[in-house]
Design a protein around this ligand. Structure first.
Ligand SMILES: Cc1ncc(COP(=O)(O)O)c(C=O)c1O
Length: 433
């Protein structure tokens, strides 16, 4: 007897997911992805979804870019893994390429597997070479899910509570979230207040001579897609220089063209001491990196840090192809131009929407913050918009302390037609009819 195919393959697999997968892993859309191409994800029923989430800012060159696929296929047949038992060419080629595309002074690369691992490595290096324990982080930040990166994460309590005791000597200061602060329209006052609080920290809680590093996202991601006012990061650079503190810039979410520059820090024009990269680095393959100056890394002896899988040849080949695509297809420039167009259209449409509090971003890293009738953050509106988008077969993610922000992170090479379609769906959802 021939058994009938289940009519809804998604549902059948969702049931298996519930049975076998650890429930701690939450997924935003209840669809089972089977394949993806460019800006589209196809589920097990063959339905197509427009992807405005890109696996959390990973698929910057679109899903399964043919050049990335070809590079992976070639590499996987040649050399898949050696770990630290040998050197290998893709690792060295990628390190050289990262030195070329990152700020000028950065010239010494370590490769790992995930964003959190890059953060961990940078923390170990900072403490080791400075001989100081303290780390300064910023309220609203997200740096990962390991124990150290959980300690550094302050985007919401949900990610931290019940994991204590967390690593200590971490000192949290405010991030200039102008819209979410009581300074509202006064960016200068908001920035000054944040800087004053660092000064205050140094007088009351920890001596700057005991602080190894400051870690900050140049655009806050999970915390709500918040762009700090221009000048803030430069002021941090000054404070770090004054006290011999290392400035660590976490570009895990903002890197690889996402903000209209190869790295968001270029908008400010300062040089970090350590810069972290992951997500968009390898077109969807797992890889991360941190880069620093040889003058600093040479004070970290061989074997003090390492990784079995970090800098895997296949992921390195994918990264080299991804960076080549970003450059050849001028996707960084496109991110700036297209991102500005998207923001303009959204702002125009939102003029008639009192529940849209702010539309902000850089390049194609765009956040839409919703508010209730009292001007308070509204998770309700953001969730309704995300649900409505999904009904119309488009995937978006939320972020922010209360989940009140919709983030828009399309592939940087999304076609004009797909982008128009995405904005039609989104603006229709935002009208809340
Ligand atoms: C800014 C930032 N840093 C670090 C991480 C952690 O990266 P991963 O999830 O790859 O460990 C994330 C993840 O969202 C991030 O956005």
């Amino acid at each position: 007897m021939v058994m009938a195919e289940p009519t809804n393959k998604n549902l059948a697999y969702l049931e298996l997911d519930e049975q076998y997968v650890n429930p701690v892993l939450s997924r935003s859309a209840r669809i089972v992805a089977e394949r993806a191409s460019g800006s589209w994800i196809y589920d097990m029923n063959g339905d197509a979804y427009l992807d405005m989430a890109t696996g959390i800012a990973v698929n910057n060159v679109g899903h399964c870019h043919p050049k990335v696929v070809a590079a992976v296929q070639k590499q996987v047949a040649e050399l898949m893994h050696t770990s630290v038992t040998t050197h290998h060419k893709p690792y060295i080629d990628l390190a050289k390429k990262l030195v070329e595309i990152t700020p000028k002074s950065l010239d010494s690369v370590f490769l790992a597997n995930s964003g959190a691992e890059a953060v961990e490595g940078a923390m170990k290096m900072a403490r080791y070479i400075t001989g100081r324990p303290g780390i300064i982080n910023f309220r609203g930040s997200f740096h990962g899910r390991t124990i150290m990166t959980t300690a550094l994460t302050t985007s919401k309590l949900y990610y931290r509570e019940k994991y204590e005791p967390l690593p200590s000597s971490i000192f949290t200061v405010p991030f200039p979230y102008v819209f979410g602060s009581h300074f509202k329209n006064d960016a200068d006052a908001c920035v000054q207040d944040c800087l004053d609080q660092i000064e205050d920290l140094f007088h009351r809680i920890v001596s700057p001579s005991q602080v190894a590093a400051m870690i900050i996202e140049p655009v806050q991601g999970e915390g709500g897609y918040i762009v700090p006012p221009k000048g803030f990061l430069t002021a941090l650079r000054r404070i770090c220089d004054e006290h011999g503190i290392l400035l660590i810039i976490d570009e895990v979410q903002s890197g690889f063209g996402r903000t209209g520059k190869m790295f968001a820090i270029e908008h400010e024009g300062i040089e970090p001491d350590i810069m972290l990269m992951a997500k968009g680095i390898a077109g969807g393959m797992p890889l991360s990196a941190f880069i620093s100056r040889r003058e600093l890394t040479s004070r970290w002896p061989a074997g003090r840090h390492g990784s079995t899988f970090g800098g895997n040849p296949v992921s390195c080949a994918a990264a080299l192809a991804t960076i080549a695509v970003l450059q050849e297809e001028k996707l960084v420039e496109r991110s700036a131009v297209k991102g500005a167009e998207i923001m303009k259209r959204l702002r125009e449409a939102a003029k008639k929407m009192p529940h849209v509090g702010e539309i902000r971003g850089l390049g194609m890293m765009i956040g839409i913050e919703f508010v209730d009738e009292h001007g308070k953050p509204s998770k309700y509106h953001a969730e309704k918009v995300a649900e409505k988008c999904l009904e119309h077969k488009m995937i978006v993610l939320t972020c922010g302390l209360g989940g009140q922000v919709i983030r828009l992170i399309p592939p940087l090479n999304i076609s004009d037609a797909d982008c128009d379609k995405a904005l039609d769906i989104l603006i229709n959802a935002m009208t809340m009819k």
